[in-house]
Structure formats: structure tokens, C-alpha cells
Design a protein around this ligand. Structure first.
Ligand SMILES: Nc1nc2c(ncn2[C@@H]2O[C@@H]3COP(=O)(O)O[C@H]4[C@@H](O)[C@H](n5cnc6c(=O)[nH]c(N)nc65)O[C@@H]4COP(=O)(O)O[C@H]3[C@H]2O)c(=O)[nH]1
Length: 530
């Protein structure tokens, strides 16, 4: 059957999109690793900011505690004439490096300050809030004497009188920097924020961070906020995880290269396969199956070989799965059957006993009624050459036993075609599956035959497989027999039909014709049944 237009178009489209994988898969991997790295960086920055805030809160609380103690001390001076206490206020201010001045107020108006107020300036009125427990704090852009330098004013009240302590924020900001942060810490009191530069920013104008972390003091009514910008975040990520990012880029490139090479190879195999079919590049090889009791050839397994004109030998383990995937397996098998039938038909040899010719078919073939016609054509072509056609179905592929499959199997049986399960012991078939499919032969997989020479415990597996096959009452063929010990062991277990390099390797058509003639000449006398 010629390769259908649909198959050709589908193969072309599949090949085209397949190539995208070498870009998509590494790209997905890269996106995944960058996402993971970003999550790590996000978590690391967040917990670093948390830590910075906790340390800064501790520090500011200490400063405010000192200021609060000073204010409490100053409260004791309330009511006394300013001239008598102003020196004490000065000394109190000097005790703490961050305290700029200590003032006393009466009826909400400052009446005593260490530095005389300019005569044209009225001191600010005290807040009406009277709270003896928590001191009141307030941010100011500057004082009357130093208008451009932001301060915190802490007040303690006694009725409408009170003491206020003015705290310099400049040192506080230096100290905040000393916590070792690159992040921007804002100190929020009431509706204003003190920026790291010393400006006062209203809450609404606070810049939005990509990551925002806040913390409050348990003791004083203020808030600290760190806003980490997107730029800072990426900067940190690139700085900290540069090696990991580089590593994932290298992995992506290598991955992309490997996938690309693999895809190009398989894609070229795929597209070459259609051409190879047209050019008859697939060749049947013949591997004899022996009856070891009589040492005679009773069958041949047909194995496809592809010798590409430029790429050389391509293993069936590579091109058969690709042919199955792309739908080329059916035309490939049909071509093979035609060629094998033609070789047998053209040979002058007429095999004295029934010779089994086993063709490998894929599971998909059984759900296609075309196989019945193909077998019919094969049998008609070989005519009276005394050939029994065997279809070998690998156990590694699952066959969905549908009504069509059963119809196909019944039709094949009627034609006298036998069914063998290849690679028995490695795949899907359960007992009910085998009985439904009406199987004639089981081929013990070569991996079990290889176990024969291993330790007794491993060899038990071979015995179990042989026993199971025997109990299923099917004829057994062992494949992959490579030496006399394996042959003898299998014979001892009554596995008479054996195939493998020990007897003969798969051979091309020319060699097969010769082999066939020789075998025929030597053994045509005594009949053997398979
Ligand atoms: N180590 C060892 N190997 C041995 C020995 N005797 C035979 N072999 C190899 O074992 C494989 C037996 O074929 P399989 O199990 O049907 O396994 C086959 C079969 O499943 C598949 N295959 C080959 N030709 C076709 C085909 O035309 N159609 C389909 N659907 N599958 C095919 O490809 C598989 C591999 O085929 P090959 O490479 O030809 O490999 C063949 C054969 O060359 C031995 O003594 N020792």
C-alpha cells in the first residue's frame, strides 16, 4: 500500500512542531528555575528585612526610652520659675547624645527652653491628648531654631502642663543605616513618615515597594516600613544567585543542544523513512529457528534492516518505534512481506516439511483488516512452497482486544496463519489475554535465556517462565541462544525450538537463498513438524 497523503502531511506537520521542543523544553526549564530562584530570593529578602526591622525597632525604642526618662525627670521641674531650672534642662539635654533640647510647658505653651525662643515666634501648642501611660511622639520637619532638620518630639503631660524632649533624627538615621541594610527604612509616626534622607513624607506619598515589610514597637506608637523596589529585588537576586542562574542557563543550553541533536536525528530518520520506503532501502534479514532435537531448521524469523545511504546502519530499535509512531509501520511491513514472499516464490527450493516464516507485526496492525488481505497476498505469492506464515506480536506492546481484533484474528486463523507472542515474559499478557487471542507460539525473551548461566536464584525465573508457557499448552521457542550450555539447558527443559547466534545470525536475502538450498539438500529426507 503506498504511503497515504494523510500520513505524509501528518508526518511533515509533526516534524515541524517537533523541532519547537528544543526551544520550548529548555525555556520551560529556565522559567521554572528562575521562578524557583525568585521565590528563594523573595523569601531571603523578606526575612532579612524582618530582621532589620526588629533590630531597628530595638534601637529606636532605646532612644525613645532615654528621651522618656529625661521627660519624666523634667516633669519634676514643672511649676518652678524658668530662670531657676533652665540650666538643669540644658544638663538633661546633654546627658543623651540624641536629645537636642528639653522644654517645659504650662497650659499647653512652652514657657521654658534651654535656648531662648526668637521673640517673633510663638511656641507650638501642646496636643490636647493627655496620656500618662504612653508618651506622645510626633515627627516634625524641623524646629524653630533648625527648621530643615527633622526631629521627633516626645511629650509627657501632667494635666495641661508637660515636658517635651526634642530628639535628633540625624543620628537615628545613621544608626538605622548601621544596621547594615541597603533597604529603605521609613519611620512612620501618625500620618507621616521619616524617609532615610530625612524628609517627611505623608503616608499617601510613601513609595510602593515590590516587597513591603512592616513592624511596630510594643512600647511606643510608631511603625517601621521597608519598601524593596523591583530593581533592588532583581539586583539582589542577580548578585546572590548569579552562579545558580548561570548554571541553569548552561543546563538550558546543553539541554537545548541535546534535544535539538536528538530531534534532528529522529526527524531526519522520520523523513528519511518515507523516502527509504520508496527506495526499497528496508531489507528483510532471515534468522533460522532450529529444532534442536534433530538439529534442523524449521523456520525463519524475518528481521528488518535499514542501511541508510549516508547514515549507514540504523537499528530496528530506533526506526521501528518511529515507524509505529508515524504510521509508516503498516506500509513498511507490507513492503517487507511482499519482498519476502517474492524471494521464497522465486527460489527453486520446495521445502519438504512446512517451513515457518515469522514476520514481526505491531499491535496497530491487528486492529486493521488490511492485514488479512496482506497475508492472503503473501500466501498466494509463495504458492505451494510449503510455507506457514507466523505473525509475531511483541508482548511489550499492549493489544486492545476489540471486536475488530478478534475478527481479524479469526480471519487469519482461517487462512492458516499462526500467531506468536514475542518477548514472552516481559510485557502485558495475562492468561485471559492469551486465551482470547488464540495464540499458537510463545517466544521466550532472550533476557531470560541470558539468565540461564547466572546464579541459581536468577535461573529460577527462567524455569518459572518455561513452566508457565508449558502450562499454557503452547509451543515454545527460545530466542537469543548464544552458546551450547544455553541450548542444552533449554533442551533439558523440553524447549525444542531455539533461535540465536549460536545457530545462525540474521542473514540477508542472498545468503538466505544459499543457506536455504544447503539446508534443503542436507535435510529434505526426514520430515519434522514444528
Ligand atoms: N543478543 C542476541 N541477539 C539476538 C540473538 N539472536 C537474535 N538476536 C536479535 O534479537 C532480536 C530478536 O528479534 P525480536 O525479539 O523480534 O525484536 C525485534 C523486533 O521486535 C523489532 N523488529 C525487527 N524487525 C521488525 C519488523 O519488520 N517489524 C516490526 N514490527 N518489528 C521489527 O526490532 C527488534 C530488534 O530486532 P533486531 O535488532 O534485528 O534484533 C533481533 C535479533 O537480531 C542472539 O543470540 N543474541
Amino acid at each position: 500500500m503506498p504511503i497515504s497523503l494523510k500520513t505524509r502531511i501528518m508526518t511533515k506537520v509533526a516534524n515541524k512542531y517537533r523541532l519547537l521542543f528544543w526551544v520550548i523544553i529548555p525555556l520551560c526549564f529556565f522559567i521554572f528555575s528562575v521562578t524557583l530562584i525568585s521565590l528563594f530570593a523573595y523569601q531571603a529578602l523578606k526575612s532579612r528585612a524582618d530582621h532589620e526591622i526588629r533590630s531597628t525597632v530595638l534601637f529606636i525604642d532605646t532612644v525613645l526610652n532615654d528621651a522618656n526618662a529625661t521627660a519624666n525627670e523634667a516633669l519634676a521641674l514643672l511649676g518652678r520659675p524658668c530662670a531657676g531650672v533652665v540650666d538643669q534642662l540644658r544638663i538633661m539635654g546633654m546627658k543623651h547624645s540624641l536629645v537636642r533640647t528639653v522644654n517645659l510647658a504650662h497650659n499647653g505653651m512652652v514657657y521654658c527652653a534651654p535656648v531662648p525662643l526668637p521673640p517673633n515666634m510663638k511656641p507650638r501648642k501642646y496636643s490636647s491628648v493627655i496620656n500618662d501611660v504612653t508618651p506622645e511622639i510626633e515627627l516634625r520637619a524641623g524646629t524653630l531654631l533648625f527648621p530643615g532638620v527633622a526631629v521627633i518630639v516626645l511629650r509627657r503631660h501632667r494635666g495641661n502642663d508637660g515636658a517635651s524632649v526634642v530628639i535628633d533624627t540625624q543620628y537615628m538615621r545613621y544608626m538605622m543605616d548601621a544596621v547594615g541594610t541597603d533597604n529603605q527604612i521609613f519611620l512612620g509616626i501618625k500620618n507621616q513618615y521619616l524617609s532615610p534622607k530625612g524628609d517627611l513624607v505623608p503616608s499617601a506619598a510613601l513609595p510602593n515597594g515590590f516587597i513591603s515589610v512592616s513592624g511596630v514597637s510594643q512600647r511606643f506608637p510608631y511603625l517601621l516600613t521597608i519598601n524593596i523596589s523591583r530593581y533592588q529585588f532583581f539586583d539582589y537576586m542577580v548578585d546572590t544567585y548569579a552562579l545558580v542562574i548561570l548554571f541553569s542557563v548552561v543546563v538550558c543550553l546543553v539541554m537545548s543542544l541535546l534535544i535539538r541533536n536528538w530531534l534532528t536525528a529522529t526527524t531526519s530518520i522520520r523523513s528519511n523513512m518515507a523516502l527509504a520506503l520508496k527506495r526499497n532501502e528496508f531489507e528483510p534479514y532471515f534468522q533460522p529457528v532450529m529444532n534442536v532435537a534433530s538439529d534442523r531448521c524449521t523456520g525463519m524469523e524475518i528481521l528488518t534492516r535499514w542501511r541508510h545511504p549516508t547514515d549507514g546502519y540504523v537499528s530496528p530499535d530506533v526506526f521501528i518505534p518511529l515507524a509505529e509512531e508515524s504510521g509508516l509501520i503498516i506500509p513498511l511491513t507490507q513492503q517487507l512481506m511482499r519482498r519476502v514472499a517474492a524471494v521464497i516464490a522465486s527460489s527453486p527450493v520446495h521445502w519438504p516439511e512446512m517451513l515457518h516464516i515469522a514476520i514481526n507485526i505491531s499491535a496497530v496492525h491487528l486492529s486493521n483488516r488490511q492485514i488479512v488481505d496482506d497475508c492472503q497476498t503473501f500466501l498466494q505469492t509463495v504458492g505451494d512452497k510449503n510455507i506457514r506464515l507466523v505473525l509475531e506480536l511483541t508482548e511489550r506492546q499492549f493489544v486492545d482486544v476489540t471486536d475488530t481484533t478478534l475478527e481479524v484474528l479469526a480471519a487469519l486463523k482461517q487462512q492458516g496463519v499462526a500467531i506468536a507472542i514475542d518477548d514472552f515474559g516481559t510485557g502485558y499478557s495475562g492468561l485471559s489475554y492469551l486465551s482470547k487471542m488464540n495464540i499458537d507460539f510463545l517466544k521466550i525473551d532472550q533476557s531470560f535465556v541470558a539468565m540461564i548461566e547466572e546464579e541459581t536464584t536468577t535461573r529460577i525465573i527462567v524455569d518459572v517462565v518455561i513452566d508457565l508457557a508449558g502450562k499454557l499448552d503452547m509451543k515454545l521457542i527460545a530466542e537469543g541462544v548464544e552458546n551450547a550450555r544455553q541450548k542444552a539447558y533449554l533442551l533439558d527443559k523440553h524447549v525444542l525450538f531455539q533461535q540465536g547466534y549460536f545457530f545462525a545470525r540474521p542473514m540477508p536475502m542472498t545468503q538466505f537463498s544459499l543457506y536455504w538450498r544447503e539446508e534443503h539438500a542436507r535435510y529434505s529426507a526426514s520430515p519434522i513438524a514444528l
